[in-house]
Structures are given as C-alpha cells and as structure tokens.
Ligand binder design. Sequence first.
Ligand code: NAI
Ligand code: MG
Length: 354
Amino acid sequence: MTDRYRIALIPGDGIGHEVLPPARAVLDAVARRHGIDLTYDEFDWSCQRYLEQGAMMPSDGLDQIRGHDSILLGAVGWPGVPDHVSLWGLLIPIRREFRQYVNLRPIRVLDGVPSPLRRELTDPGVDFVVVRENSEGEYSEIGGRLNRGLPSEMAIQESVFTRAGVTRILDYAFDLAGQRRGVLTSATKSNGIIHTMPFWDELLQERAADYPKVKWNQEHIDALAAKVVLNPSRFDVIVGSNLFGDILSDLAAAIAGSIGIAPSANLNPEREYPSMFEPVHGSAPDIYGQGVANPLGTIWSASMMLDHLGHPEAGAEVLEAVFGVLADSPVRTRDLGGTAGTEEFTREILARIG
Ligand code: NAI
Ligand code: MG
C-alpha cells in the first residue's frame, strides 16, 4: 500500500530558495523507504512577486492550495517590502483561512550544537515545546489610527480572546503534555492585563479538570522569560497567547544555539485544511546566494510534516539522521561553527538516511 500526498512548496524569498530543495531531497529519500508517495506543486508567492505584480499571491491563491495535504514554506520577507506586507499578504491569510490555530515550536539543546548558555544551566538536557495560539489574541485587525501627524495622534490595537479560541489551544497543549512528560506551563500576565489574561487563566483552570494526569501551573510572561533562560531543563510544554508565544519561542530558539535549526508547524489539528511547516528563520538577505544557509530548520520542519501526515516513524528517521550528523560529524554549516555549504551538509544527512 502506498500513501500519496500532494505538497504545496512555497520557497518565498532569499534563502527560502536554498533550504527547500534540501528538505525535499531528504523527504524523497525517507519517503521511498516508507512506501510514501509525495508529489509537489511549487508556487512563486513572495516579495519578488509583490514587487512585480503587486501582490504576494494571486487573489485565488488560497483556493489553489486548499486541496493539498500540506504546505512547506521557506521564508518570506525582503528589503524594500515592508514586513507587514509579506506577513499579512501571505503567512497570516494562510494561517487564518486554514484554521492553523496551533503554532508548534520544539526546542532542544542538541549534542554537537553548543547553547549560548553555560553548560550547567542546560543540564540535564533541554527538550520542550512552545505551543503558541496562532489565530487570534494580540494580532488582530481591530483598532485604528487617528489624527495622523498631529500632536493628538493616537493608535489603538485591540486584542481578541474568544472562549472557543482559548479553549482549543489549551486543550491541544494539555493533550500534548499528556503525551510527553506531563508538565504544562501557561504564560499569563493577569496582574497587568486585567480583562483578557484573567479570562485565559480561568479557562486554563477549567480545562485542567479534564487532564488530571498533567501537572500544570501558570507564570507571568516576564518572570517566565527569565526562567526559560535560567532553568530551561524544567519545561516540557509551554502554552501562550499569540504574542507571548511568538516572543517566547524565539527566545527559546536562541537557547538551542542557532536560529538555523529551529523548526515550526502551523497546525489545523482537525485536518480540515492543510497545515503549514516552515523554519523559524527568515530570508537572511545577508547570506542569500552564497550557498551557506543551514537547511536543518526546514528539514526538521519537514520531519514534523511527516509526523502530522501520520508517519511518525518516517519523521523520527529524519531527526535521527540530523541529530546523528550534528553529534558525530564535523560537517556543518558556518552558523554552527563549520565550513560546509548547504549542499555538502545536505549530502551528509542524506548519507545517513541511506
Ligand atoms: P533572519 O532569520 O532572516 O536572519 C537573522 C540572522 O540569522 C541573519 O544573520 C542570517 O544570516 C542568520 N540566519 C537565518 N537563517 C539562517 C540559516 N538557515 N542558516 C544560517 N544563518 C541563518 O531574520 P531577519 O534578518 O530579521 O529577517 C530577514 C527577512 O526575513 C525580513 O524581511 C523578515 O521579515 C523576514 N522573516 C521572515 C520570517 C518567516 O518567513 N517566517 C521569519 C523571520 C523573518
Ligand atoms: Mg517571531
């Protein structure tokens, strides 16, 4: 029996074009061994397209990929195009239209990749997941600006927290903690933000009743940020609103050593729509075209895609190859202290998959 999947590939801008081909090569190698048949459709949606045609993607873009099983994205953003254009013109419409309300970011301090933290802070090992609410919260379109350019100028930005939206992300996080080490930390700020955050905390307590096996607590985001740096080993799953989760996950990715290895998944857990997998890093204009980009963030994201498609054994095989190369081969890209280019590093990983 062969499982067939159609993948939408969106390289985007800059090194997005350099990290997607390695991920595709790794996917193809592992898929063959597991009887999985992957076909790809590539889309040129990007800042480049915006500059030439006035839009990041065509007006029926979402319909073109609605029927795909998954989306694998490189990075979008380019100097000369404001970052809110690339975000709101492509990434956010995909996340929202396809109900990708979970943003998942695993963080691990890996053998062979030094963390910027002192060794004793990362012992006995760092392995946790940030679950970020990905569809509402602080990143809303509600608000406006008045009196532009006048002394009375003002801006108002509203946050939106719904019972349905908060409940489903908390349920996802409790579930995930239950499948891992059973510890959930919720990021809050109910001392300063007095409407939405107490609501979040109440729903946390409400949902916790259904997960008696999960040990949970809540921490104010500022104190939590300090603890993630000072004691990262104690975390298993951290759940946060859109803004808190965004900031925490970048902080956490920095602890893991290089932004070049950090993966992420934008999930529609109900599988009514395609989910999207992308590295955490951006388009890196400073190194684009040199062939030195680290492909691991994208390859790790591709492994999460295999998990989501229902092939965790194939996903695990990808990670084993990646972690193996990091642990016992000197071959690595510059951001990890090596001298290899993207292609050489990819060949080393492919050699492990066999
Ligand atoms: P960036 O992540 O592109 O680069 C930050 C630094 O990390 C640079 O020095 C870069 O060379 C390095 N770096 C990033 N990825 C790397 C990799 N795979 N291998 C080796 N080194 C790597 O962030 P920056 O410079 O702030 O943003 C550049 C553009 O990317 C902006 O337009 C920004 O909006 C966009 N961006 C897009 C994201 C996305 O598509 N999800 C996420 C972050 C930024
Ligand atoms: Mg971010």
